[in-house]
Design a protein around this ligand. Sequence first.
Ligand SMILES: [Zn+2]
Length: 338
Amino acid sequence: MTRTEALSWQQSMIDRGSERRQNPDFLASLGVSSATLAGGLAGAESSESAATEASTDKPKSTAKVLALRAGKTLVSPGGLIYLPVSVTEQSGFAVYLGRTLGEAGLEEGTELLTVELAEEFSLEEFDLPADTQWQGVRQLAAELSIAESQYLIEANAILNWHRVHTHCPRCGSPTEVIASGWVRRCPQDGSEHFPRTDPAIIVAVVGKGGKLLLGGGAGWEEHRYSTLAGFVEPGESLEQAVLREIAEEVGVRIQSVQYLGSQAWPFPASLMLGFIAFTDDEVAKPDGVEVVRARWFSKAELLSAVNSGEVIISHRVSIARALIEHWYGERIEDVPQR
Ligand SMILES: [Zn+2]
């Protein structure tokens, strides 16, 4: 298995239950507060019968809630902290994440939800470990298990969409949340709106002699280098986006492109599509806007630059790192920062 396969084609650790979540009574059957359902979720009109009707799909264990607050989540040194479903009484709405498929701090088969909590939300009523704190996903990523990072990425992705899609894009009316948090519907014109993902390409550009082209962005730390990346534009194929972005950012013409793997990157809504691309060009000229420095590395040069601290490459959890290591042929160990 290549480095990108190891990153990209990890088995999903959660069953999203796309059929289950269509049931308008499903969240109520998990114990989501009726106040929450009435406040944010259509389907509340039938929630009185929820307990009986939804019992055919009874969860194996008590539902848990992965709460986010201003993009941060609760952790202790033992991993993610999950709250009881009663926390939904204090959130605008709840979203069903799925049923866990492996054990990762949660029993297998646990029904998992996510909610967005207000800044002033108090944790006092919950019996949490003393060292519990709110932390950002990027800070956390390297410390989490595969399952935990999948839960957290899904929660961030769907809540980021809700945060900025509160109104109907056709008529401007406030929309209601349906399908256990996976659709928003306009009560005025009946239009339904689905979560969005923005495709972005990220590319390991390989040139003469097998050298890898890495670049640094404006505002980055001075020694940081990564693979080049950019958003796919409407009406554009992925391959066209690779050729365009690389030409725009560093003036390099790509001759061939090969897809390697992908990574969800919900900051706020990207799906990173990873490629290796080949060029005969030898000169890379940064555009000075998106990319402010560009440099070709042989394998020996990159390893030496990383080991000496002259160059810092992308973080272990990123697809950029997987692309770099795919080109390199094996894992590149991080050097402790001085
Ligand atoms: Zn509308």
